[in-house]
Design a protein around this ligand. Sequence first.
Ligand code: ATP
Length: 884
Amino acid sequence: MKWYQMDTDQVEQKLYVSTKRGLSAKQVDERLKQYGTNRLESEKNASKWLIFLKQFQDFMVLVLLAATLVAGLLGEYVDAIAIMVIVLVNGFLGYFQEQKAEKSLAKLKEMSSPVAHVLRDGKWEKVPSQEVVVGDVVRVNSGDRVPADIRIIQSNSLETEESALTGESLPVQKHEASITKDNLDAQDQVNMSFMNTMVTRGSGVGIVVGTGMNTVMGQIASLMVKTEKTTTPLEHKLAELGKVLIGVALVLTALVVIVGVYQGHAVYNMFLAGVSLAVAAIPEGLPAIVTVALSLGVQRMIRKKAVVRKLSAVETLGCASVICSDKTGTMTENQMTVKEVFLNGKWLYVTGDGYDVNGGYFWKKDHVGRDFPNLEPMLLYGMLCNHASLFVKKGKYVVDGDPTDGALLVAARKLGLKPQLHDNYRIIKEFPFDSERKRMSVVIEDENKMRFLITKGAPEVLMPRSTYIMNEDGRKLMKSEDEKQLDGAIDSMADKALRTLAIGMKPLSRHDSLESATLEKELTFIGLYGMMDPPRKDVKKAIAECRDAGIKSVMITGDHEKTARAIAKQLDLLPENGMVLDGSQLNQMSVAELEDIIDQVYVFARVTPEHKLKIVNAFQEKGHIVAMTGDGVNDAPAIKASDIGISMGESGTDVTKEASSLVLMDDNFATIKSAIIEGRNIYENIRKFIRYLLASNVGEILVMLFAMLLAMPLPLVPVQILWVNLVTDGLPAMALGLDQSEDDVMKRGPRNPKEGVFARELGFKIVSRGILIGTVTLVAFMLAFQSNPDNLVYAQTIAFTTLVMAQLIHVFDCRSEHSLFSRNPFENIYLLLAVLSSVLLLLVVIYWEVLQPVFHTTSLGIKDWLFIIAMSSVPSVFFGFTKK
Ligand code: ATP
């Protein structure tokens, strides 16, 4: 017998589970051990050996190794071994960098993996989907990915989209009833839902019957998603640039070799020097360092509660010029409390804060109770037409589910309505809430088998569907003066920044059809709730900081225009002349019309998820780089279309998380701002080390080229060149990737996404510093050689040390877009350590007698050092004063 042929009892028996309590912790443990985790086996990671060997596949490194071999064969053992060691160490460094990048990417993937709602030991809890086992009772809601193969035992208009499995993109309706037929394909098993398919509507409960590779998805190996490493735009630009740089470096080194040979240097010497120079000058480490900088930045973002799902988002974040953010939950706390009730034409005030159930109802300062006409039914209905649960955790009341629903549970408790009341009613049918419909309904049967419908939702949606209204004397026809009075009440609530919600009902007969289109009309309007959802504390400041940084914050909400306006005012988001548009106005506008005025709009109210796409498009047409948040399943298209799609880690659905490139772990708007600062900073840091590495390389090539043109001896020997490449280009460049942001990073406007690698004078800075570094090294060499013409090693040591020191001083210059003197050099501890260790290694190769013959060095005196420091400071200090 197949799972879909069994009824619920049979499935329960077969899997030793009760649908009332779920599995026990012990059963879960045993099953996890027996069947393993609920995971599809993805590709194996590249072997460590391969990653290591990859470090040597670079063409010039291979040429260098070949040249070294020749040197070794010719008897130059010391040089050959030294070069080999340096190349090996370089390989190890590259390997570790790559490993680090891989690891942090893997960690990221883990962090954004989905969670499942399971019933265990009688309690609903959230667990990572990987820990779901066979027999688990799971609940799925619209927007979830189904965590495993499940047999549906309860469906509330549940629909799933199974295209990943069947290729059919139309959603399939799911039911509980068992099916007698045999040999059904997956798409016909309508009481089953399969791993990784998507819930597009409604909700449901099911029992897990297969996990991991034992699911239908697991069996279709060919469909398994392969993880591809995509390159970010900057990595792409750098790869392109890399090719040009290789060409330039090769031409220049060839020039050095040709001129050198022409001037009488030995061909062999010039060849080895040339190849070493090429290896040093080609910035082969650049892409790896960029990846490391990106992934280190990503880790810093995680500490600030922003998880990047696509590395490219890190770069785009720095270009963001508009943030479109949901109001509820992102700008506000998403903790709703009913503060006012409008009923029988009267205002009731509700005391108590948050989800705490202490509080009561007051009419004109008098405490009122269950005898207040219509109050008890209104609160009871709010409790029954509800999807949330209220429970105590660590001594505090918390809500599992929609906060709007949670607020209604708390409101009912304040009148003394106990949750046990639920047992007297049976829910026959549910039409779930979604942002499009802006309402939710249930059909209820009471103990006397009487049926009725309860609908709650946005007042503008409920009022046109209401024919009657309740007052103290009972039901009467809704007249235009009633509507006017309600409109006034809604406005009054909204002006106080309260979210408005209406509730109504309709008695049903047993023969009434249970379709929402025919049911949700001719309602009896009962009353209005006004709910408070306070703004998050740090959002106002974040909005102000974004404004300083040239980034506009826009509020998008399904709430009433006045509620939105009031909250926007509290947050200082809406300027005097700023516009508020609502959904109906948006409907009447084309994207082009919207584009014309969009720069003046700060708040979009009563919008549906479809409007979001229009808003994104209009901003983009205007040339903006748009960050857009979303949580519900219908937000996914807008999130995808935006430049930076942002989803909610706590309240978001799996669908939006998958479409997004950034997940806010705390759902907080202020976290977007932190991520933008980090995004800008990472990009600036990458610019810093590009500048550092390339200026150093220009310096290295020029000193050799100038010396050859001037018919001088070689100022640097091959091992020295390689040592410079390894030591000064390695650690300090990495440490620049960890640099703090400059104070003004959020005082500048957003970066132009089209700007090239050398934009904002970077090219000038590289060339000018490079020329000076090369020149001072050569001058130092010439002066040393003139003073002591018989001792070439001495002059070469001076040149080598000057070059290294000039680079190590220049690294501090690279920290700022302004000048060497504009930042405190002691801020970046990693950089200090990197520079110190480079100096230490320099001292070792200069003073340790064992290494002196290897590196062609000799000990230097104090005078030499004073001379070297003076020379090597020139490039950075000079430009520090000129501020260019
Ligand atoms: P955003 O998160 O984009 O700011 P929102 O939460 O403000 O959106 P929705 O959740 O779409 O907007 O809610 C819009 C309106 O629908 C609310 O003002 C309220 O009147 C009504 N509503 C909200 N939640 C529910 C619910 N659970 N049941 C019935 N109606 C609801």
